[in-house]
Write a protein that binds this ligand. Structure first.
Ligand code: SAH
Length: 292
């Protein structure tokens, strides 16, 4: 059964700390992750590289955060931080993340612009801003106007909305999520966002279903994003990728890698690992509601 601290950590990049830091600091970091903040004495500690705040909640991983605290209170500032820390280098990705305000998608009362995943209920999370930015950049070339994009495990609908803006009214952005309540709330979120017209006019749609089967009606896809970690890459998703298309999918159980899967023009598949990550599992609805 996942505890709250594990859930909070899903949807972010991870690094394995050097063993000496792990032994020296992990109990301290544990304590303060649970308190959800930094103690006044934190800056006095001789911890390296504060650009990547170590906020690990597990012996073997450190969650990457490019900033912490709730000092950032505007969506534009959040995007500027992602640019400053080198997470966003593409103007298109910066533009779309400025257009779609993250505050609409996080639960009421949570800090929208902290670089951290947030629980959204049903044992799911909205991914951290740096993870959304990373996936958008990896898929940018496959999110050109007129292209088709599939967002599996669409959760809050944040990335589906970004995809819809990028592929535009002539394109198609489809979200598939297996918790019907999340589908309903993602539709409400998008209705309040800059992607509302695309939803109304039909180039953006959100569906309840098992995303491991993809969404054949709008296949093949130029871009597929999977927002939950699969033990292995589901074959229907590979089948629904267009030649020249790209899928970004976290793969693994406890140790997960964000895989970039390219379908070459001859139909062959190339796969590489981008970074270590921690996502909630791509699983059955029952397993998820039971707490995995
Ligand atoms: N990109 C989303 C991530 C949500 S977390 C966001 O940032 O808002 C992952 C989501 O995958 C959860 O909402 C979970 O309910 C969903 N999920 C897990 N397994 C699934 C499956 N088999 N089919 C569809 N959705 C799934």
């Amino acid at each position: 059964m996942m505890n709250l601290s594990t859930v909070i950590a899903c949807g972010c990049r991870y690094r394995t700390p050097p063993i000496n830091q792990l032994l020296n600091y992990t109990p301290f970091l544990h304590l303060h992750l649970h308190l959800q903040g930094r103690p006044p004495s934190f800056n006095n500690l001789n911890l390296p590289n504060f650009n990547l705040l170590p906020t690990g909640n597990c012996l073997f991983f450190r969650m990457e955060r490019f900033w912490s605290g709730s000092g950032i209170n505007k969506n534009k500032q959040m995007v500027e931080h992602l640019q400053r820390y080198g997470v966003i280098s593409s103007m298109k990705v910066a533009e779309v993340m400025e257009t779609i305000d993250r505050a609409i998608f996080v639960p009421d009362g949570t800090s929208a612009y902290v670089d951290s995943p947030m629980p959204i209920g049903y044992n799911a999370t909205i991914s951290a801003p740096h993870m959304h930015a990373t996936c958008l950049q990896l898929l940018e070339e496959n999110l050109q106007p007129g292209m088709h994009a599939l967002d599996v495990g669409s959760g809050t609908g944040y990335l589906t909305a970004c995809f819809a803006i990028m592929v535009g009214p002539q394109g198609r952005a489809v979200g598939v999520e297996h918790i019907p309540e999340l589908v309903a709330s993602s539709i409400k979120n998008i209705e309040k966002s800059a992607a509302a017209t695309l939803l109304k006019e039909g180039s953006l749609s959100l569906h309840a279903g098992d995303g491991r089967q993809g969404w054949p009606e709008c296949a093949p896809y130029d871009a597929i994003h999977v927002g939950a970690a699969a033990p292995e890459i589901p074959q229907p998703l590979i089948d629904q990728l267009k030649p020249g298309g790209r899928m970004v999918i976290p793969v693994g159980n406890m140790f997960q890698d964000l895989k970039v899967v390219d379908k070459n023009l001859d139909g062959s598949i190339s796969i590489r690992s981008e970074t270590s990550v921690r996502y909630v599992p791509l699983t059955s609805r029952d397993a998820q509601l039971r707490g995995y």
